[in-house]
Design a protein around this ligand. Structure first.
Ligand code: PLP
Length: 377
């Protein structure tokens, strides 16, 4: 018990359980030498499409590229506005600036950490062309009202689902949809620590729109219609065959991985209930949670002290995210803030993400929780 090595993410432990299959797939890929657009890429694209109930899948090099390519496909003009939450990872808004579009940053909901219809609505202007709900920490934003708003104002919806692959949202009529397949385009990342991670960089773009799928596919491949015919200015963004081979194996385990994360979260909830200055993460009634992060809020200025205390006890904990996007120097001159960012500011000073991965055991979670309780005693 005393020698438990605790990590934020245990990629080695996860690999150990599928080692033989992974090793064989890697060797096979190397011996085949079809490193770019090999058969495993096509296979993975088909497998992910089935997992996402038939959506078109365009694989690409990483989640940031996925967002950039999605935005390039919408035919936007310089100065057009895209609304994003200010409480998210930088990539969501960075690509907007890169394309000479204007990121408009708004607040999020204090209970679920996600952006809502109301947050978007107050910021809509005549220049608004798209909105980006981020399914933060593994739980879907409340999409039904967001989709209705987008329809009303004729806006594109790009879902940043880098943290929520496998989460399922339930509409009022009982329809269930996978995160990333509800808006016009969904963007995900296969960064190693993501819920479906490869062994390097990778990403994918989803859409149910045939015309958008065609354009996205071309843009990801130099704007190419066919060899040496280029219709759009595009990029070169591909998923390596080696990464696709790994993802084909890991996709089969994704639901089991999501369950392991959920079970770990349930256990944390149980151990950490009843601590005055600690709020465990809320679960929405209409979305499953795949717990990319297990993020608690620590009140009354005790967050940084707890983080230090845990570190001295050999327990890592991370702050996602310490600074609102709008306060980043990079966004000072290009971004626009609409409304109060009270919740974002509050969250940046209270959130703490605890170790969360597929290999957590009862003993590890109990130890982490006991240390947390000791700090609050
Ligand atoms: C990880 C992440 C990205 C970017 O993905 P990369 O593959 O690292 O480029 C974008 N948005 C969110 C919310 C993320 O968590």
């Amino acid at each position: 018990m005393r020698n438990l090595k605790i990590e934020m993410v245990d990629l080695k432990g996860q690999y150990a359980k599928i080692q033989q299959e992974i090793d064989e797939a890697l060797l096979h890929t190397i011996r085949d030498a079809a490193f770019i657009n090999g058969p495993q890429v096509t296979e993975f694209t088909q497998n992910l499409s089935s997992y996402l109930n038939g959506a078109y899948i365009i694989p690409c090099a990483n989640g940031t590229d996925a967002l950039q390519i999605a935005m390039m496909a919408l035919g936007l003009e310089p100065g057009d506005e895209i609304i994003v939450p200010s409480f998210t990872y930088v990539a969501t808004a960075e690509v907007i600036g890169l394309l000479n579009l204007k990121p408009v940053m708004v607040d999020v909901n204090p209970i679920y950490f996600n952006i809502t219809r109301e947050n978007f609505e107050q910021a809509i202007s005549t220049k608004t062309k798209a909105i980006v709900p981020v399914h933060l920490f593994g739980q879907c934003a409340d999409m039904e009202p967001i989709l209705a708003l987008a329809k009303e104002y004729n806006l594109y919806v790009i879902e940043d689902t880098a943290q929520a692959i496998g989460a399922v949202y339930t509409f009022k009529d009982g329809t269930k949809k996978q995160a990333g397949t509800m808006g016009d385009i969904g963007c995900t990342s296969f960064f190693p620590s993501k819920n479906l991670g490869c062994y390097g960089d990778g990403g994918a773009i989803y859409t149910n729109n045939t015309e958008l799928a065609e354009r996205i596919k071309m843009i990801a491949n130099h704007g190419q219609v066919k060899k040496y015919v280029h219709k759009y200015i595009g990029v070169n963004s591909r998923l390596d065959t080696i990464q696709a081979a790994i993802l084909n194996i890991k996709l089969k385990h994704l639901d089991e991985y999501s369950k392991a994360r959920r079970d770990a979260a349930d256990l944390y909830d149980k151990f950490l209930s009843g601590i005055n200055d600690l709020i465990t993460p809320a679960r929405a009634h209409n979305s499953t949670h795949v717990f990319h992060q297990y993020t608690v809020q620590i009140k009354n200025g005790k967050r940084d002290g707890l983080k230090k205390y845990l570190e001295s006890a050999g327990i890592p904990a991370m702050i996602y995210y310490p600074v609102p996007l709008n306060e980043q120097e990079a966004f000072k001159s290009i971004g626009k803030v609409v409304g109060s960012l009270k919740t974002t500011e509050e969250l940046c000073s209270t959130v703490l993400s605890l170790p969360m991965h597929t290999e957590l055991t009862f003993d590890i979670i109990e130890k982490i929780s006991n240390e947390i309780k000791k700090y609050f005693k």
